[in-house]
Design a protein around this ligand. Structure first.
Ligand SMILES: Nc1ncnc2c1ncn2[C@@H]1O[C@H](COP(=O)(O)OP(=O)(O)OP(=O)(O)O)[C@@H](O)[C@H]1O
Length: 518
């Protein structure tokens, strides 16, 4: 490949990289080259090999074959943490910042090289932290506790820490997954600023628009292989998707069909009234009918996620009632919500979602009740059959139903979480950012599945700030600071919806032809 910066050479250059996990080929003769100051996107479908490449580029795993060079020099020896840190850092969607520590402590924790024998002077630590943050233009108080920072501020601290080790090459693995629109804007501004200073980025995202907004070059992987590297300007979105999927035009619809048994006589399936959780949301009301997909839109602090979690029994509301299919649901208890017929797709699959060591089949059919005590009505053969149907229908890339979930790529793990929520054949499906980390093609299939769930006489509630997620909804309630500020019937514009989520729309900006709360 041509060297775009002959003076210094690429900050990173990987060639002929292969990596297998048992029978799975994660990377096959893959390559990447990133120039100083370049913003380089790496895209591909779930399971294409992106995270595996990241783990090799950061020294966490050794490739089976291939060469890796930083600034023209061979990669550090495996395990030489200090040397690796001076070359490259990765900011993952899950922060490595320790919430209970201050920003200053986080910046200087685990740093063996300086002053190991001297007792730490807190004053000195703080002033060094302040200097470091100022150097990279990060406006964060060094004395603040990390847990009090916004997601993007935490990312800035991680980036500053990486740069302070000398790295001028930073990998961002789905950094926007937990950010709202404003957070993304701030992150991108910071990245552009650092690029001006010569820092190079490898940017991994399933949001192709972000690739076009931020990056100058894009590399596509498909099925463990390098497919193309091109200037972003030369590859339009359609060509990009074609490179990712290996097909032109749209693929086939999912084969998964919804289990029957739901009735649709028009009586509300989900009724929420006066629901309040102090400090999160107030006086929320909703009446949803069978067949409806309702969106609950809102930015980070809007309260929409906590509301969805409350319906799933994760928080005990201060006031209000929830009724499913005419029956009151005991709030604040996950088993009660499940038993009432509320299926749940949580926001963070790592915390609430999966048991990594267990198989795809087990996870896909596991309910929280199973974890709490014997449930025992699901036969293994049914489990397997259901899992197989989901693997096909949701296009889960796995060697088989008995493969442990920990061996799946992030996006494929997310699909298992969705499968699990559907396994209980819920009356009401509550899904929080369901397509988080899912590739563009699977996203369509997945949202199509949510649509099918509703079409079969159930109700789905999609809690998200992703316009793609909300587009499949029949109507959308927009929340801001804990309250519904607008309701949109089909035919809304993205601009109106975004404005409402940002608290900039009064009710008179919305279509309220059939307001069904209250
Ligand atoms: N530790 C592991 N054990 C077994 N298989 C693995 C392991 N890590 C990754 N794989 C497999 O390697 C392949 C590539 O996975 P990888 O996580 O690199 O994909 P990805 O492109 O990052 O996907 P996503 O967009 O879903 O995050 C997948 O088929 C995955 O199942």
């Amino acid at each position: 490949m041509a060297d775009p910066s002959p003076a210094r050479g690429p900050v990173v250059e990987a060639d002929g990289i292969s990596k297998r996990f048992g029978a799975t080929v994660a990377l096959s003769d893959a390559r990447i080259s990133v120039a100083p100051g370049e913003s380089h996107a790496l895209v591909g479908r779930n399971g294409a090999g992106k995270s595996t490449l990241v783990s090799i580029l950061t020294g966490l795993q050794n490739p089976d074959t291939g060469t890796l060079r930083f600034n023209g020099e061979s990669a550090p020896a495996p395990g030489d943490t200090d040397a690796w840190r001076s070359k490259v850092a990765c900011v993952y969607q899950r922060s490595t910042i320790i919430p209970a520590l201050t920003v200053a402590e986080n910046l200087f924790i685990d740093r063996q090289s300086t002053g190991a024998l001297r007792p730490i002077s807190w004053k000195q630590l703080r002033s060094r932290a302040a200097e470091l943050l100022a150097e990279y233009g990060v406006e964060v108080d060094p004395n603040a506790r990390a847990e009090d920072l916004t997601v993007e501020q935490r990312q800035f601290v991680e980036i500053a820490r990486a740069l302070s080790f000398g790295a001028r090459f930073i990998i961002l693995d789905e950094p926007t997954a937990k950010l709202d629109a404003r957070g993304i804007e701030k992150l991108f501004d910071k990245l552009r600023e650092l690029q001006q200073q010569g820092v190079a980025f490898l940017f991994i995202s399933h949001h192709l628009q972000e690739v076009y907004d931020l990056c100058s070059t894009v590399t596509v992987y498909r099925d463990a292989r390098h497919i193309v590297t091109a200037p972003v300007a030369e590859l339009d979105q359609q060509s990009l998707v074609e490179a990712m999927t290996g097909e032109s035009g749209r693929g086939s619809e999912p084969t998964w069909s919804v289990v029957d048994g739901a009735q649709g006589d028009g009586t509300p399936l989900l009724e929420v009234s006066g629901l309040t959780l102090d400090g999160a949301y107030q006086d929320f009301a909703l009446t949803a009918r069978p067949g409806e997909v309702v969106g609950l839109a809102g930015a980070a602090a809007s309260g929409n996620v906590r509301l969805g979690e409350t319906l799933a029994g994760l928080h005990r509301p201060t006031a209000g009632t929830v009724t499913v299919a005419g029956r009151p649901v005991r709030t604040g208890r996950v088993p009660a919500a499940l038993a009432a017929g509320i299926g749940f797709v949580p926001e963070d699959r790592h915390i609430q979602g999966l048991i990594p060591q267990r198989s795809v089949a087990e996870n896909a059919t596991l309910t929280v009740t199973d974890q709490l005590g014997p449930f025992g009505t699901v036969l293994p053969s049914r489990t397997r059959a259901f899992a197989q149907k989901m693997i096909t229908g949701l296009d889960i890339k796995t060697p088989g139903a008995s493969t442990p979930v920990s061996a799946l790529s992030g996006g494929n793990q997310q699909k298992v979480v969705i499968a699990r929520a559907l396994a209980t054949e819920p009356h009401v499906l509550v899904a929080i950012r369901p397509t988080n980390g899912v590739d563009i093609k699977s996203k369509e299939a997945l949202l199509g599945t949510v649509r099918q769930v509703a079409d079969s006489g159930r109700t789905a509630l999609i809690v998200s700030d992703e316009l793609d997620d909300l587009r499949v909804c029949d109507r959308v309630l927009a929340m801001f600071h804990g309250r519904v500020v607008a309701e949109f019937e089909h035919g809304w514009s993205d601009e109106q919806l975004v404005a409402a989520m940002e608290g900039m729309a009064g009710p008179n900006h919305t279509k309220e032809s059939d307001v069904s709360h209250h």
